[in-house]
Write a new protein. Sequence first.
Length: 498
Amino acid sequence: MREITHFIDGAAFAGASGRYGDVFNPNTGEVQARVQLATVAEVDRAVQSAVRAQQTWALVNPQRRARVMFEFKRLVERDMDHLAEILSSEHGKVIADSKGDIQRGLEVIEFACGIPHALKGEYTEGAGPGIDVYSMRQPLGVAAGITPFNFPAMIPMWMFGIAIAVGNTFILKPSEKDPTVPVKLAELMMEAGAPSGVLNVIHGDKTAVDAILDHPDIKAVSFVGSSDIAHYVYSRGTANAKRVQAMGGAKNHGLILPDADLEQATKDIIGAAYGSAGERCMALPVVVPVGKKTADEVRERVLAELDTLKVGLSTDAAAQYGPVVSQAHKQKISDYIQLGVDEGAELVVDGRGFQLQGYEQGFFMGPSLFDQVKPTMKTYQEEIFGPVLQIVRAETFEEALALPSNHQYGNGVAIFTRNGRAAREFAARVNVGMVGINVPIPVPVAYHTFGGWKRSAFGDANQHGMEGVRFYTKVKTITARWPEGSVEDSAFVIPTMK
């Protein structure tokens, strides 16, 4: 059986813990590989490699570091098809989604290619008599990222792209459910010209996570996962004097006003709710139509779209989505569906009995649809993270606005309307971190910043964009005064880059 090893100091490293995690093929339900789970000592080995590498990497000028990012981008694009196939085989998302996963990560790498400009500091001439004041941004040292199964390419690149570009070295602890692509990315970073130790990959479970959070040489930790674990990571990491950005769960709402383009809104919601089998932190699992007429029409339109929705193999180009990531996750989603029934919601479409002919052991689920969901229900309050859409009816704009604003999660929200004033008011007032106006999945472009509010994010710094640059750097401010003297013997030489 294929064995997935760690990647330390520029090469594969076979650990000695004797502990392994199973990596499944979600299409067949079969174990296709096993991944090594690190010990505390193996995490330390990766960190020491990163510490050694950082001492020289930080001295490389920003333009040269940017050239490594340019080459890394080229290599990932060269291997796009191969990486997408691997990603789909371990996660289960269809190939088109896997390519999107990789591409959205590459967009942050593109931003990192401009790091010389982003690292420029501030300068004040003549702050006092003969005194100038200026600032510079310098790397922290060694940073680490703990990433989830649902975006095994995008989220690691969100983290290590900026961290490495500004002069840090990086320890990546990806999900043990789909760990191959993160290792491939580290290999490509070495091929792009990054020195050994700049990007290390450690596989593991809670042992590895705690070792990262406790290690004194790791200065910053970025995390994406469930809210309970995000809170744990934030609390333990900050207790050890680390910078921590910890992104948690979500329950994103899509409000539909009566004046919306219902045909377009429905198609957008279907894609946002069921795409990638709902395994996205920016999925849209709750639709809030305003008024009974709007709600009834939205329900009928959603039902019509579900009749045409194709669930298939991750390699099927005609499939809208593939299997979920594991049998355990499939069971968790099924349990939430049953809970919704028990709570009194109307289960309009039940996807639990779906099977794909010839792949009965695969982790497939058909689309499920609930109507008459109430805010008091546990299935509304918690994140299901599967191909399940809930309709929560609202009578007024104010009632609809209150739903995402009062929810424990505040990651993303969308409104569908032709009314500019209503959209503007909604965007200003809603208590959520990322807002879409006629955009169902409002993930900001790479040169802006990604982050939710409330229990969707812990810490005061968002992912990527200039927020990412600030998170992975520290500011040094210099106040300089030079004594008066002769400048007659001074020479001026134009500096050049070689």
